[in-house]
Write a protein of this length. Structure first.
Length: 145
């Protein structure tokens, strides 16, 4: 039995995009303005990209399993490991960084907001696509007159 998903509201779609953009843009602006070496900036940038990819991949995999699409256990496990590893790498990097605690909190919260936004945007994109594929084509709708 196929599961039906409702189309997300415009407000939730907008809030999801706002969370993703706010988190990622603020994180990147913080990196741009940071007085750290370029290799450190590269480390934090790579963690952001890795975390975003891992979060979206995990969301898609969980959704595939929910909808009955076959997902291998190894890929499902790798998605979880990747997401947890990206968060752990950020935590270790921030713990060892010579940054003020307020800066560490700034990067941590912007990172987590980005991950949440990426998952929500991926969910919305998939829900909207599912909703559109369930709708009859305009040729299939009988005329009212």
């Amino acid at each position: 039995m196929a599961t039906k998903f409702q189309k997300p509201t415009g407000a939730f779609v907008a809030a999801s995009w706002a969370a993703l953009l706010a988190g990622a843009v603020v994180y990147l602006i913080g990196l741009w303005n940071a007085t750290m070496q370029l290799n450190e900036k590269g480390y934090y940038f790579t963690i952001l990209m890795y975390g975003l990819f891992a979060a979206v991949s995990l969301q898609k995999t969980v959704r595939d399993k929910l909808e009955g699409t076959p997902v291998t256990a190894i890929y499902y496990g790798l998605c979880w490991i990747s997401l947890l590893l990206s968060v752990a790498l950020l935590a270790v990097g921030l713990f060892n960084a010579t940054l003020a605690n307020s800066e560490k909190g700034f990067y941590g919260m912007a990172f987590l907001l980005s991950l949440f936004g990426a998952v929500a945007v991926q969910k919305n994109v998939r829900d909207i696509a599912s909703y559109k594929s369930d709708q009859p084509a305009s040729d299939d709708i009988p005329d009212a007159g």
